[in-house]
Design a protein around this ligand. Structure first.
Ligand code: BES
Ligand code: MN
Ligand code: ZN
Length: 502
């Protein structure tokens, strides 16, 4: 689907459909007002007769409105003008896209980007409209033998901006929106892929495929043999019970004109299936543990957005691919592992495997002398309990970095909420036999998991995004959400603005 911006008056558009807003109760938006005047009160007449109240998401499709060049006019209920917020705006866009698809307009000019959304500018409205439209058209049907398709799908949507001066900004918003949407789509496709197909080697192949199309991106992999040489015994232990080889994929994007500029490192937990291992999970809902590579899918998606935006940054993306299975070779509760950092870990629960994979990845990336490191992981069930599906958990050893990430979350609509990483929590990881245990007891599970990781992230500024509650949805709309691509992509985008202002 294609998006464009233009600036013009509604009655002059020659399109299959023009989309304009109506507020509750029966109040015309500025644009609808213009159409009403040109059509000599056609629209206000309909409203007076009660055809549309203006409740959020209400739709009324009109044909051949007098003196209007477009074939159709879609009136969209926007609720009370003063209550139009971000969430409602996105819902209205989604409904509009669905209606356009179902009613056969293959092309439309949309004036909803001129609505007043509290605290948001044209750039934001256009970009969110683009992202929301892409997202509402997404479905994962590559493995279905029959796919249901619209007979006359929407192919081209043009967003109108109030003034010609805002066209450049609007075009930038479309480009950014498309890039983020492409990253989210890749994230969702890879995350939704079943674990018999999506294994660590599959993650690597997805990264390699991306590198084929972009010169600034190179991809290498670290397999089990090399992990052995590097002393990544903790990572190796988690994958030992699986017949699928553990593979850490290293994506290196060199976009900074200064090729020696220190890179930003993103690390994603890539457990392509987490059965729990010998500390086996209960059966109900275990299929959803195919999404335990949601962090890696998020990093892969963010790399896609990055290369499409061609940002002048050096960024390393790590997909920490691994599968946690029970078997005669699997690691056990009681095992003591020597991590790549030299620190030892007593395994008390083989289901706390993500941190064991990530800790060696965190040590591995020291070789890049990173400017900062962000890891993202579906790390703890406790995070789902604490924050649900609305916000990811954020923990960091550097306050300015934490604030940058929180901001990126607000801007992109992919929000995070910070939890403390106080030293007082560290003692929950004490072990009588090793430097630390891999679990910290039943209290503050998200924090103690981050405490564990922090012990391997002492050499750089580091933040951890726990996306266990946000990366996918359960229930009848089960599927990947494409998060945390937006927050990561926004963080990178803001980094460019910040460095060009220095
Ligand atoms: N991948 C899970 C975390 C998870 C569980 C995410 C459910 C989303 C939904 C992780 O590997 C795990 O099993 N964590 C354990 C840790 C515990 C054993 C300390 C958990 O959260 O129960
Ligand atoms: Mn687990
Ligand atoms: Zn896991």
């Amino acid at each position: 689907m294609e998006f464009h911006v233009k600036s013009g008056s509604p009655e002059k558009q020659r399109s299959a459909c023009i989309v304009v807003g109506v507020y509750e109760p029966r109040r015309l938006s500025g644009i609808a007002e213009q159409l009403d005047q040109i059509s000599e009160g056609y629209i206000s007449n309909l409203l007076r007769r009660g055809d549309l109240e203006g409740k959020p998401g209400q739709m009324l499709l009109l044909h051949h409105v007098p003196n209007v060049l477009s074939e159709r006019v879609l009136l969209v209920g926007c609720g009370k003008e003063r209550e139009l917020d971000e969430r409602q705006y996105k819902q209205i866009i989604t409904k509009t896209i669905n209606t356009l698809n179902e009613t056969g307009s293959m092309e439309a000019v949309c004036f909803l980007t001129e609505l007043h959304v509290k605290g948001r500018d044209t750039y934001w409205k256009v970009r969110q409209a683009v992202e929301t439209s892409h997202a509402s058209l997404y479905n994962f049907d590559v493995l279905k033998s029959k796919k249901d398709e619209y007979r006359r799908p929407l192919r081209k949507l043009i967003f109108n901006v109030p003034t010609r001066r805002e066209l450049t900004l609007g075009e930038q918003a479309v480009n950014h929106g498309n890039a983020v949407a492409a990253g989210m789509k890749l994230c969702r496709d890879v995350a939704n892929m079943p674990p018999n197909i999506c294994n660590p080697a599959y993650l690597a192949s997805q990264a390699r495929q991306m590198a084929e199309n972009f010169d600034k991106l190179t991809v290498t992999t670290v397999g089990e043999e090399q992990m052995e040489q590097l002393g990544m015994n903790s990572y190796l232990a988690v994958g030992r019970g699986s017949d699928n080889e553990s593979i850490m994929t290293v994506m290196n994007y060199q976009g900074n004109p200064d090729s020696s500029a220190r890179p930003i490192v993103l690390i994603g937990k890539g457990l392509t299936f987490d059965s729990g291992g010998i500390s086996l999970k209960p059966g109900a809902g275990m299929d959803e543990m195919k999404y335990d590579m949601g962090g890696a899918a998020g990093v892969l998606g963010a790399m896609q957005t990055l290369v499409e935006m061609d940002l002048p940054l050096n960024v390393i993306g790590i997909l920490a691919g691994c599968e946690n299975m029970p078997s005669g070779r699997a690691y056990r509760p009681g095992d003591i592992l020597t991590t790549m950092s030299g620190q030892t870990v007593e395994v008390l629960n083989t289901d706390a495997e993500g941190r064991l994979v990530l800790c060696d990845a965190l040590t591995y990336v020291e070789r890049f002398d990173p400017e900062l490191v962000i890891d993202t992981a579906t790390l703890t069930g406790a995070c789902v309990v604490a924050l649900g599906g609305q916000a990811s958990g954020l923990l960091a050893n550097h306050n300015p970095l934490a604030h940058e990430i929180l901001n990126a979350g607000e801007q992109s609509g992919d929000r995070a909420w910070r939890l403390p990483l106080w030293d007082e929590y560290q003692s929950q990881l004490d072990s009588p036999f090793a430097d630390m245990a891999n679990i910290g007891g039943k209290e503050a599970g998200t924090i103690t998991a981050a405490c564990f990781l922090s012990r391997f992230a002492k050499k750089y500024h580091w933040a951890h995004i726990d996306c266990a509650g946000t990366a996918w949805q359960s229930g009848k709309n089960k599927g990947s959400t494409g998060r945390p691509v937006p927050i990561l992509a926004q963080f990178l985008l803001n980094r460019v603005d910040a460095s060009s202002q220095e």
